[in-house]
Design a protein around this ligand. Structure first.
Ligand SMILES: [Zn+2]
Ligand SMILES: [Zn+2]
Length: 139
């Protein structure tokens, strides 16, 4: 799912009403780079129409996350959205300097497997953040 039309078709099949605003939000999500705050999406959509408010942006982004079309991750005080195709990777966020390292999500495969086995829980680990201290801040 990597273009607006494919996503819209998918949402239609799932009985969602597609408004021009929703379409513009999806466009913004796909074209605006991998890590967008809701405010950044809002600003982008505002360049095309003023008939949108921030609440609609939040609602639509949440719906896209629920539908598996977008992911949401906390980058340390900043919640960002990405298209589902982004990643999988882990953001290692340093608590001290806010440095963000993109780490390979492969290390989480064993964790996901174990959570599935022990708890029957399907963890969504495609785009998550882990908080800690980076090598440069350690000493
Ligand atoms: Zn990312
Ligand atoms: Zn650091």
């Amino acid at each position: 799912m990597n273009n607006t039309q494919t996503i819209i078709e998918t949402l239609r099949e799932r009985q969602f009403r597609i408004t021009p605003q929703r379409e513009m939000i999806i466009d913004a999500l796909l074209s605006g780079g991998p890590h967008l705050t809701a405010e950044a999406v809002y600003e982008q959509v505002q360049t095309r129409t003023s008939a949108v408010n921030i609440a609609t942006i939040y609602r639509t982004l949440d719906m896209l996350v629920e539908q598996g079309i977008a992911t949401r991750t906390d980058l340390g005080g900043q919640v960002v959205y990405a298209p589902a195709g982004h990643g999988p990777h882990i953001h290692l966020v340093c608590r001290h300097c806010s440095y963000v390292i993109d780490a390979d999500a492969g290390v989480l495969a064993a964790l996901a497997e174990q959570l599935q086995r022990d708890y029957g829980f399907t963890a969504d680990l495609r785009h998550i953040s882990l908080f800690g201290v980076c090598a440069g801040c350690k000493d």
